[in-house]
Design a binder for this molecule. Sequence first.
Ligand code: 2P0
Length: 322
Amino acid sequence: MKATAIAHTNIALIKYWGKRDENLILPANSSLSITLDKFYTETSVEWMEDAKNDLFSLNGQIKQDAKVAQFLKILRAELDIPYFAKIDSVNHVPTAAGLASSASAFAALAVAGSAALGRQDDLANLSRLARRGSGSAARSLFGGLSIWEKGSRLDGLDSYAVPFNSPLTEKMAVVVAVVSDAEKAVSSRDGMKSTVLTSPFFHEWIQTAEEDLRNIKSAFLSGKFVEVGEILEHNAMKMHATTLGAKPPFTYFSPASLTVMDEVRKLRDEGIPAYFTMDAGPNVKIICLRENEKMVSSRMQKLVKDVYICHAGEGAKVIQVD
Ligand code: 2P0
């Protein structure tokens, strides 16, 4: 009754920002992401017939984590199992990368939790399960590009991710410019909630995000990188604009994020197609073609401390069953 799984982090190119159901973690809009090859979480789950409580360790240290505790309750209900679990999780995400790991964490936990019961859940089901831990985790089930369909059902059964193929997937690089590894002041969960409740821009964000998704899919299918880049950058900036309209207003931009964005614009002026995106923190991810990744990375190294070059990574998988 023990299994180990790995899942990689992902970066959204069309962002998930806002829930239509907080409890079931159902998004207000569909999103599209690329799974990264460099950063992943490895998690083993052992369901223990005699245990009186769950035991969770992260990077070798026992931790109390409310989101993990809640997710284990959901796993027990969904997988129909009465036992508590022993969970050992290791994040292969350098702390200095300042990248959120909840996507890889809950994807790995869902996959290992199911495999430890000897179940053969399909990927859609595992994606649905992972979503209950953290929305973006639904997308980490798949390698390359993945689309999390928002679905329309109240019970969320049609809200899960599916893989999406493009001739660009293997040609692209994601250069992560680490501006800061500090804990974010406003968590994505709280930030999203406040935006939904108070930002007058939220409605427009949702309307245009669906349009962005349609357009980026078509650009990806026809292999038009510049179009992909323009859409993803605009989409990210619109997401961040909603936070300035929230009450109280907040932003994930830091002065250094803006400096990095300026440098990306300069690269474009010089003829290098490179585009930026940002998540619920100050680090900037630059999407470019592999052929330009070294140039982009060396320009970023002059501005920030840490830079990582990533490519499309693989989907979540079971690596051991004991
Ligand atoms: C995304 N983010 O699409 C967006 C863009 C951050 C900015 O998904 O509340 O940790 O656990 O569902 O998945 C981060 O939010 O939030 C996120 P919950 P999650 O990647």
